[in-house]
Design a protein around this ligand. Structure first.
Ligand code: ADP
Ligand code: MG
Length: 718
């Protein structure tokens, strides 16, 4: 089961019943289905009666009477069983809108008989876990939608967010930031799906139109850990993609322009890319699988030519007016049979969440048991001495369990002791007040510490509990008779279905052999008999030739239609491009255009052109822009100057440092006015300070003051 042998994509066809409207309008049924042989036949009402029917053979075919559970048990159950063993699995429904893709994938959930693959797989997975033993499971669910080449997380908080595809060499393509919800039961995972479906409807103006144009992918990741005979823990991870594709009918582009055309082109893109992927390996020449062409094909890269087991359900309608779409779907499905996958068990991958959970749990438990177990072990060791290691290990688990209770018991005991101590101090008459206060505050501290410890312990316990509840285990020790019986029943059912499948395969093989080698080895009794046999052979071959010719003509016609369609798109796009070029030529300066062109780059991940931001140097000095003209030649002087003067200002420049020449003097010193000697003497005398040599004559003491002054002035005047 673990080996990685190549296998092809399994293709089954399902035809829905005529609906009331079709019956009321009296539409003809053009589809015939032979369930036993796995054959679908299609009549073209427009072609002459004599034309042979188109015949296709598939791994299994289901007619209008098929039941959902029948499909599940026969086709899908084995795939999901392998996912539970660690393989990747993909189921996708392909077909025209209204042919039963959603019915096959989701069905009608309130009616247990009409539930589709997705709800049935929920039951299956959780049933399997309940019946398992010695295994631990972690189940996660994600739900996304691709609409117009944009990925939306249907479980995300912000529905306006668009997610990106990323690729890692070890794990392949993944959706960045996609929500994953751990589910513990069928109810929980159903709830996840309901929420996703509600989100899918939000924002869609017309839900029917929206769902027929968008791809919905529900992803279940199943991680399982099991301990082998040697006691080593192994983790296997299976991923199940459940895909409800957009309607396969081409969005008509005739007559559409602008936004509508772009929209239609984007809607068609994923599906035509899927078509390219499906037909790529068929021609044998191209080794390149065009997975990168669209979001859908990148996401399903593993499912179509990679590490996955894949089932494609091609849904068709029975009525004549659907002929064109039906034949296209059948051709598509026919080609998909050739896709080769190489599925293998994903064992012990690096990114298993289950392992992280187990390690975290172990850590938390160790934390919890540290105190309790230590105490207990000390006691025990002193009592019993050494012990067998095996026994000890077993005991360790028990101890961890016991530690939880013990720890809380210890806390209770401590609480009681503190209370008693407090009372004792309060009632003690001999203690001084101060001392009492000191003791009491000490006790208060201890109490606070205890409350904190209690809190921490509770938190730890809660975390352990929630983490443990997420890891699912089967009914360990329950001897369950119904379980046994159910398993046996399942086994029998499986065997019967296998038998049926083998019969169908043998029949198909037989038919093929008959066609190629019939009558080769036969001997003929007479010439007449030989002629008859040859004629029969000829007729058969002629019929085959006719049908091949017809097929060729049909394909050619289809190809022409596609080409016209593409040409139309190309014309419209070219016209738009010309207009834009014209605007740019006339209204945008060449300089700006050049700048933008030099900054533009194509982002492969997001499939858009982006413009690199202008990088400005933020730190340090701004760089001097290099002048567009060539630098000035450096003179000998500049070179010499640079070697002696380290001032960067002169580096490489022809700047000379020159002393300024003193200017010729054009002024004279001030010499002052020339005075006659008499005038200057008088001036000098007048300016001499008065009291300097004012000598008062004692003989003049009797004189009155005015006279005395006069006489002195006279003396001075001499
Ligand atoms: P699609 O998702 O391909 O557009 P739906 O799943 O919505 O188509 O199917 C269109 C209608 O046909 C629905 O009403 C559905 O219940 C009905 N239908 C489709 N397949 C079957 C079937 N096998 N048996 C009964 N009803 C069916
Ligand atoms: Mg649908």
């Amino acid at each position: 089961m673990k080996g990685s042998t190549a296998e092809t994509v399994k293709v089954v066809v399902r035809c829905r019943p005529m609906n009331e409207q079709e019956t009321a309008h009296g539409h003809n049924r053009v589809v015939d289905i032979d369930v036993d042989r796995g054959v679908v036949e299609l009549r073209n009402v427009k072609a002459p009666e004599t034309d042979p029917k188109k015949t296709f053979t598939f791994d299994a075919v289901y007619d209008w009477n098929s039941k959902q559970l029948e499909l599940y048990d026969e086709t899908f159950r084995p795939l999901i069983d392998t996912v539970l063993c660690g393989f990747n699995g993909t189921i996708f429904a392909y077909g025209q809108t209204g042919t039963g893709k959603t019915y096959t994938m989701e069905g009608i959930r309130d009616d247990p008989e009409k539930r589709g693959v997705i709800p049935n797989s929920f039951e299956h997975v959780f049933d399997h876990i309940a019946r398992s033993s010695n295994q631990q499971y972690l189940i996660r669910a994600s739900y996304l939608e691709i609409y117009q080449e944009e990925i939306r997380d249907l479980l995300g908080k912000d529905q306006k967010n668009r997610l990106e595809l990323k690729e890692r060499p070890d794990t392949g393509v993944y959706v960045k930031d996609l929500q994953q919800f751990v589910c513990k039961s069928v109810n929980e995972i159903q709830h996840v799906m309901t929420v996703g479906n509600q989100n899918r409807a939000v924002g869609a103006t017309n839900m029917n139109l929206h769902s027929s144009r968008s791809h919905a992918i529900f992803i279940i990741t199943i991680e399982c850990s099991e301990i082998d005979d040697k006691g080593k823990n192994h983790i296997r991870v299976g991923k199940l993609n459940l895909v409800d594709l957009a309607g396969s009918e081409r969005q008509s582009k005739t007559g559409t322009v602008g936004e509508r055309l772009k929209e239609a082109t984007k809607i068609n893109l994923s599906l035509s890319a899927l078509g390219n992927v499906i037909s790529a390996p068929v021609d044998g020449k191209s080794t390149h699988i065009p997975n990168r062409d669209s979001k859908l094909t990148r996401l399903l890269q593993d499912s179509l030519g990679g590490n996955s087991k894949t089932i494609m359900v091609a849904n068709i309608g029975p009525a004549s007016y659907n002929y064109d779409e039906t034949i296209t779907t059948l051709r598509y499905a026919n080609r998909a049979k050739n896709i080769q996958n190489k599925p293998r068990v994903n064992e012990d991958p690096k990114d298993a969440i289950l392992k992280e959970y187990q390690q975290e749990l172990a850590r938390l438990k160790a934390q919890l048991s540290q105190r309790g177990v230590k105490k207990k072990r000390k006691k025990k060791v002193s009592e019993e001495g050494g012990e067998d290691e095996e026994e000890e290990e077993e005991e360790e688990e028990e101890e961890a369990e016991a530690a939880k209770d013990e720890d809380s018991e210890a806390l209770l005991q401590q609480e009681k002791e503190l209370e008693i101590e407090k009372n004792r101090i309060l009632n003690d008459q001999h203690m001084i007040e101060e001392e009492k206060d000191r003791y009491l505050t000490e006790i208060k501290h201890k109490e606070a510490e205890m409350v904190a410890a209690k809190d921490a312990q509770e938190k730890l316990l809660n975390r352990i509990k929630t983490m443990e509840s997420k890891l699912l285990c089967g009914g360990k020790n329950i001897i369950d008779h119904t379980n046994e019986q159910q398993r046996a029943l399942q086994q029998r059912k499986h065997e019967i279905l296998e038998q049926k499948k083998r019969e169908r395969e043998t029949l198909q093989l037989l038919e093929k052999e008959e066609e190629s080698s019939c009558e080769i080895a036969s001997t003929f009794s007479s010439l007449q008999a030989e002629v008859e046999a040859e004629t029969r052979k000829l007729k058969k071959l002629f019929a085959t030739l006719q049908s091949v010719k017809q097929e060729m003509a049909d394909l050619h016609e289809e190809f022409c239609r596609d080409r016209v369609d593409l040409q139309h798109t190309q014309n419209v796009l070219t016209r738009e491009l010309k207009l834009k070029a014209l605007i740019i030529e006339n209204f945008i300066s060449p300089e700006e255009k050049r700048k933008i062109l030099s900054r533009a780059f194509f982002d492969e991940d997001e499939d858009v052109w982006k413009v690199r931001p202008v990088v400005r140097q933020t730190s340090g000095t701004l760089k001097r822009p290099v002048s567009s003209a060539s630098r000035r030649p450096t003179s000998e002087y500049a070179k010499m100057q640079a070697s002696v003067d380290h001032n960067p200002r002169y580096k490489g420049k022809n700047i000379m440092v020159v002393e300024l020449d003193p200017a010729v003097r054009t002024t004279r010193d001030w010499e002052g006015p020339v005075l006659a000697p008499r005038v200057s003497a008088a001036l000098e005398a007048a300016l001499r300070p008065l009291d300097e040599d004012l000598n008062i004559d004692a003989s003049l003491a009797t004189l009155n003051h005015s006279q005395a002054v006069k006489s002195t002035r006279k003396a001075k005047g001499k």
